[in-house]
Design a protein around this ligand. Structure first.
Ligand code: GDP
Ligand code: MG
Length: 191
């Protein structure tokens, strides 16, 4: 299908250091599973679930490395996981350019993943649309005893950058639905 087949096509791209939990967040949302199953899903376009956004039923399906939510009115949301592209400047510019929203993820138990955020933000500034919605996500809050980045520090950082901030656990399913559904809702209502 080409873009012309949809009234609207929204693209959400997950970025952030390797190991922070991007793939787990996507799989938790689509399949309710942790850890995700082995290997890529080859069955193209099979239906996983239906969610409701603004009272509108949205079909969620998963493809190879992206996930698409097609509404009955022909609107589609695609969620793109980035794998093996976590090193700076290895995500292609086109990935950024076509993104309507970015989920910038770090691991609350990994100071290093937080310290890399300014570098990710520089990439966003350089390559993404100036209208892109960026959400900062601190993942792995189930590992509270190993926390290295306080919530306050992350909130101050996200406020300074004018980003929405949310803490999640892909493992315990904390705030994962909220993350994707709130973002989907925002994209649809701002379109
Ligand atoms: P990615 O490289 O960003 O895609 O990270 P993955 O999704 O592959 O996860 C990296 C590692 O972190 C795996 O061992 C996961 O099991 C683990 N992980 C991911 N999310 C969570 C979480 O919310 N809590 C805990 N405890 N571990 C997590
Ligand atoms: Mg991954």
């Amino acid at each position: 299908m080409s873009m012309e087949d949809y009234d609207f096509l929204f693209k959400i791209v997950l970025i952030g250091n390797a190991g922070v939990g991007k793939t787990c967040l996507v799989r938790r949302f689509t399949q309710g599973l942790f850890p995700p199953g082995q290997g890529a899903t080859i069955g193209v376009d099979f239906m996983i679930k239906t969610v409701e956004i603004n009272g509108e039923k949205v079909k969620v399906s998963e493809r190879l490395s992206n996930l698409s939510m097609a509404t009955q009115e022909g609107r589609e949301l695609q969620i793109w996981d980035t794998a093996g592209q976590e090193r700076f400047r290895s995500i292609t510019q086109s990935y950024y350019r076509s993104a309507n929203a970015l989920i910038l993820t770090y691991d609350i138990t990994c100071e290093e993943s937080f310290r890399c955020l300014p570098e990710w933000l520089r990439e966003i500034e350089q390559y993404a649309s100036n209208k892109v919605i960026t959400v900062l996500v601190g993942n792995k809050i189930d590992l509270a005893e190993r926390r290295e980045v306080s919530q306050q520090r992350a909130e101050e950082f996200s406020e300074a950058q004018d980003m929405y901030y949310l803490e999640t656990s892909a493992k315990e399913s904390d705030n994962v639905e909220k993350l994707f559904l709130d973002l989907a809702c925002r994209l649809i209502s701002e379109a």
